[in-house]
Write a protein that binds this ligand. Structure first.
Ligand SMILES: Cc1cc2nc3c(=O)[nH]c(=O)nc-3n(C[C@H](O)[C@H](O)[C@H](O)COP(=O)(O)OP(=O)(O)OC[C@H]3O[C@@H](n4cnc5c(N)ncnc54)[C@H](O)[C@@H]3O)c2cc1C
Length: 318
């Protein structure tokens, strides 16, 4: 690891990735780096570019399938305290925090680091009687991954509340992108190649009981409709225009279909669940079977929502 030799404290070699993903399958990362600051992250990125090493960014691993061979590159993990900061524009009594630069925004702003847990931030905003994040109930992830994927669902998506996003771009520059520059569309952004380091969200003050009730209703709906306790990566496919991938998979008779340790969830057709001993190749084979069957039956090409990392280098070119 000569090119990262002086970063010994924050670098691990051959780090297993399976325990760091919600699927729980896949091989190791050749290197895993947990930078302690944006400057350290930028320097690691610069060296990777210089050495032509692929860079991957790991959030909470909730939308990720890592191949059984793992990845031949540097996996960045933004779990240091510098990337988990949260600063609220107002305290719980509504007083504007001293020196706050975002106070002119329409709503209550919160500045967050990319490594922060979505669940934690959602609960905190609900407790403060701030509306806008209840729609994220039951969606696991780090804020960086949530923004990169424009995560959400029928109740709303993260782009509804994002004011700006700070990234380290592919040239090594730290840039603050306004909402319009992020390129939010359905489960997609134009952030490929950039690492999200932080963002500003704007939430709406509302009646605290109403916000809590809506949050609980959405949670209940998720618990009833999704296999939240199983190993999975959420929805495997994006919904085709005006249709539902889960419905097509169900109609194709694939619910419960199993290959090795991977099976289509009985509860939700668009979830593949991995049981003990499952391998990434089981999940990949099942993905192939589903795509072929749905294409043959309905003429619909399902597009992947889950991100796949393999030795062929699907990292970000930094
Ligand atoms: C039980 C379950 C339910 C789910 N329900 C939903 C749902 O309802 N709606 C929905 O949209 N999703 C859902 N998901 C998927 C998942 O929660 C989201 O895709 C989430 O955005 C993943 O965030 P993450 O931090 O885990 O990202 P990861 O899985 O770690 O990474 C996903 C992608 O984001 C990139 N990435 C991660 N961090 C950064 C960063 N800082 N900068 C740049 N790129 C980054 C990764 O490189 C990768 O390409 C569900 C998943 C599970 C397991």
């Amino acid at each position: 690891m000569s090119f990262l030799a002086d970063f010994g404290e924050i670098v691990r070699e051959n780090q297993p990735l399976a325990p760091l993903t919600y699927f729980g399958v896949g091989g190791p990362a050749r290197w895993m780096v947990s930078p302690r600051s944006v400057a350290e992250l930028a320097e690691v990125g610069r060296r990777c570019r210089q050495e032509d090493v692929d860079v991957y960014v790991l959030g909470a691993g909730a939308n990720l399938l890592v191949s059984d061979d793992g990845v031949d590159g540097v996996v960045i993990r933004l779990n240091a305290p510098a990337f988990r900061k949260v600063a609220w524009e107002r305290d719980r009594d509504g007083l504007v925090a001293e020196g706050w630069a975002g106070a002119d925004l329409d709503g209550v702003a919160v500045k967050i680091g990319a490594g922060l847990s979505m669940a934690r931030l959602t609960l905190d905003s609900v407790e403060r009687g701030l509306a806008g994040l209840e729609c994220m109930a039951g969606i696991p992830g780090s804020l960086g991954g949530i923004i990169r994927m424009n995560a959400g669902g029928r109740f709303g998506q993260i782009s509804d509340v994002v004011s700006d996003v700070t990234v380290l771009d592919e040239t090594g520059q730290v840039r603050r992108l306004g909402h319009g520059e992020v390129g939010f569309t359905y489960r997609h952004t134009k952030l490929n190649g950039s690492i999200v380091v932080g963002a500003t969200l704007v939430l709406r003050p509302d009646d605290a009981d109403r916000v809590k009730k809506r949050y609980e209703e959405i949670w209940d709906y998720k618990k009833r409709s999704q296999p939240l306790a199983d190993y999975s990566a959420g929805c495997i496919f994006k919904n085709p225009p005006n249709d539902s991938a889960g419905r097509l998979i169900d109609q194709a008779g694939l619910k419960g279909h199993r290959i090795g340790g991977a099976s289509v969830s009985e509860q939700h057709g668009n979830f593949i669940v991995a049981s003990k001993g499952a391998q990434a190749r089981d999940v990949l084979s099942l993905i192939g079977t589903i795509r072929r069957t749905v294409a043959e039956r309905f003429g619909v090409e399902l597009e992947l929502e889950v991100q796949i990392w393999d030795r062929c280098g699907n990292g970000v070119p930094l």
